[in-house]
Write a new protein. Structure first.
Ligand code: PGA
Length: 258
């Protein structure tokens, strides 16, 4: 299976820092053996798409989109237009969208549907808060997020399931410097595979072991090798450490440490 290094730039970067990133990235791209994806702010998407076309070896997506394709939805970003513009993927359900913008599992299901219908990859994010972890609710929360977000209507088919990735991002680990232990990550990821195998219809069941599972939450050059070496981890979703080309290089060069 491939290994994905996905950068979530959140609401960061300027035209200048983007140019600088790509100047540096073009020098190191040949050394990177993993699949590298970046999600900039949507307004920067066309610029990154152009720079990535010149540089090669990198796929560009976005951090969110509307569940509607077009119409009177001021300020929203249409999945139809994203497809038109050549977006490779959309991150759906990041915890900042869930918490700050009150996105529910039901809405996220609609968004996943809209992304898949428009033939883009979707990175569906799930994860528990600190409070939920303390109350031992991690498995319950994750089950609900997957069952409602991915299975509340029959959305996944032979034709689109290959475009789904799931990112487990414990909310307490995002931007905090706290990282889940490899054994915690391994056990949650195994649990995700079990939930998938129960929820998927017979014809798609083998995908329970094939859907790429990413870990996110304070991934850095000095912990990525251990995380990539964890069972059932097929890549990482990285915020802060993806903003600078040098850090990104270190992430891209990492070898799983067993
Ligand atoms: P972080 O963010 O790497 O800065 O913790 C990860 C994310 O929010 O996807």
């Amino acid at each position: 299976m491939k290994t994905y290094i996905v950068g979530n730039w959140k609401m960061n970067q300027t035209l200048e820092s983007i140019q600088e990133f790509f100047v540096q990235f073009s020098k190191i791209k040949m050394e990177i053996s993993h699949d590298v994806w970046i999600a900039p702010q949507s307004i920067h998407f066309p610029i990154l798409k152009e720079l990535a076309f010149t540089t090669g070896n990198i796929q560009i997506g976005v951090q969110n989109c509307s569940d509607k394709e077009q119409g009177a939805y001021t300020g929203e970003i249409s999945p139809l237009s994203l497809k038109d513009m050549g977006a490779h993927f959309v991150i759906v359900g990041h915890s900042e969208r869930r918490q700050i913008f009150a996105e529910t599992n039901a809405l996220l299901h609609q968004k996943c549907q809209a992304v898949l219908k428009n033939d883009m990859n979707v990175i569906f994010c799930i994860g528990e808060t600190q409070e939920e972890k303390t109350l031992n609710l991690t498995t319950k929360i994750i089950k609900e997020q997957i069952e409602v977000g991915l299975f509340s209507s029959p959305m996944l088919t032979e034709a689109n399931i290959g475009q789904l990735l799931i990112a487990y991002e414990p909310v307490w680990a995002i931007g905090t410097g706290l990282v889940a232990t490899p054994s915690d990550i391994a056990s949650v990821h195994e649990h995700i595979r079990q939930i998938l195998s129960e929820a998927l219809p017979e014809s798609l069941k083998q995908w329970a072991w094939e859907i790429p599972l990413l870990y996110g939450g304070s991934v850095k050059p000095d912990n990525i090798a251990e995380i990539l070496g964890t069972p059932n981890v097929n890549g990482v979703l990285v915020g802060g450490a993806s903003l600078k080309a040098q850090d990104f290089k270190a992430l891209g060069l990492a070898r799983p440490y067993a």
